[in-house]
Design a binder for this molecule. Structure first.
Ligand code: MV4
Length: 446
């Protein structure tokens, strides 16, 4: 087992990884920017290294400084968490060439899955259903116009380097295509340094279901059931749950089979997520694959009882994990709410600042993953996630009521948060019935 891991992340996920390492008896190195000196991940790690100023490019995205921190502290491996460099095959390769293990899949796989139309091609090869669309990159608006006509409007233009909803446009008719094609290309070029675009039929009302997978890198993979992630705002997930409500058992089993088949086909070798869209006729389509641990992984941990991060580290370190030899059962239901420092009254404007009082919820079936404490100042430079509240119940209804109780119990003073918005969703008849899709937030008028 590793002796020491450098955690190339901040906030709640850095803390989550530290917790896994402590239970495994692995020492931890936190890296931090000058804006994060007072962060909990710095206080809880065994060692810490300041790697630069507040701007991410000067610190959390600065590969030479991360590598230097690992070398100075004698770390054996790097855990990237999510965000920042977690999906950078280049960073993974640099780590490996510096004799640092990468706690994640092979860089070549990260590269393939990071290229969204290449991922589509591979999963089509593995005989997963893909959304009707272009064969690879669309070179220029003429070809886009012709293809869109064949696919039929509405179509979606997507960046091959995509992520976080950037470089995505819905095109409703032929007259919009040209301008949206150029806008998406320019946005993708600016965001990712790659303006490559591809086309897909736009599926209007879909549910967003993802499957947690875990593979050995030699062609064997298991799934740890699905998560329903349709409740999003501007491509940021707000609420996730497992199992997915309202999906017939045979459809769910098909989705799980596809995910395992895809992961095995590419010889996936770590924790990963295969995303799907499910339309009202219950057609299932592969959407993309994420090669990192996800924000919402605790939902799966709550219903399976598995510590995913510990197993991910164990597998990276020893090449083995007992998890690969047993298919964990699911017990009950879990829901996660992401609490952000944003003002729902001011179109979710980020609202960093001093936390003057903090009281997290507790009691039966409640888990809080958070780096908050009273007196902490949320810096303005990074994402505004403050806490994830996850509740478990024997039934979905118990988990839902428990979440309402937890949100009411949670006190965060000093900055506005999204807690009131979550309460509104949890009490909405569509959420209660489980009859919702990705249009929920828009349709419900927010
Ligand atoms: C789609 C889609 C419908 N049709 N692709 C991809 C990236 C992710 N952030 C959103 N993605 C989607 N891709 C096709 N061909 C629907 C989504 C989607 C979505 C779209 C609008 C508003 C909320 C959404 C939530 C999940 C997925």
């Amino acid at each position: 087992m590793y002796n020491k891991i450098l955690i190339a992340a901040r906030g709640e996920i850095a803390l989550r990884i530290i917790r896994a390492c402590r239970e495994l008896g692995i020492r931890t190195v936190a890296v931090h920017s000058e804006a994060d000196t007072e962060s909990l991940h710095v206080k809880f790690a065994d060692e810490d290294v300041c790697i630069g100023n507040a701007q991410p490019v000067e610190s959390y995205l600065n590969i030479p400084r991360l590598i230097a921190a690992a070398e100075i502290t004698g770390a054996d491996a790097v855990h990237p968490g999510y965000g920042f460099l977690a999906e950078s095959p280049y960073f993974a390769e640099v780590c490996m060439s510096c004799k640092l293990d990468w706690i994640g899949p092979a860089p070549s796989l990260m590269e393939k899955m990071g290229h969204k139309s290449e991922a589509r091609r591979l999963m089509n090869e593995a005989e997963l259903p893909i959304i009707p669309g272009s064969d690879g990159i669309v070179e220029g608006e003429e070809i886009a116009l012709k293809l869109a006509g064949q696919i039929g409007y509405p179509v979606m233009i997507k960046a091959v380097a995509g992520g976080g909803g950037r470089g995505i446009r819905i095109v409703r008719g032929v007259d919009e295509l040209s301008s949206l094609f150029h806008a998406a290309g320019a946005e993708a070029e600016a965001a990712f340094g790659d303006g490559g675009l591809y086309l897909e039929k736009y599926l209007e009302t879909t549910r967003h279901i993802e499957v947690q997978v875990f593979g050995d890198g030699k062609g064997r993979a298991i799934h740890l059931r699905e998560r329903e992630c349709s409740i999003q705002r501007r491509h940021q997930k707000l609420i996730e749950e497992s199992p997915a409500p309202g999906i017939p058992e045979e459809i769910r089993d098909r989705i799980l089979d596809y995910a395992v088949r895809g992961a095995e086909y590419v010889r996936y070798g770590s924790l990963g997520t295969v995303e799907f869209l499910v339309d009202p006729e219950e057609n299932v389509y592969f959407l993309e694959m994420n090669t990192r641990v996800q924000v919402e992984h605790p939902v799966t941990e709550m219903v399976t009882g598995v510590d995913l991060i510990k197993e991910q580290i164990r597998l990276a370190s020893t090449g083995e994990s007992p998890l690969l030899d047993r298919h964990p059962d699911v017990t009950g239901h879990a829901i996660e709410c992401r609490i952000n420092a944003e003002d729902p009254e001011k179109s979710f404007k980020p609202s960093p600042g001093l936390i003057t009082f903090y009281h997290p919820p507790g009691g039966p079936g409640v888990r809080v993953d958070s780096h908050l404490y009273a007196g902490y100042t949320v810096p303005p430079y990074y994402d505004s996630l403050l806490a994830k509240i996850i509740t478990w119940g024997e039934t979905r209804e118990e988990a839902r009521v428990r979440m309402i109780r937890s949100l009411e119990e949670c006190v965060i003073e000093g900055v506005p948060t999204t807690i009131p918005f979550h309460l509104w969703i949890l009490r909405h008849e569509k959420f209660i019935s489980g009859d919702f899709d990705t249009s929920f937030i828009d349709k419900a008028g927010r």
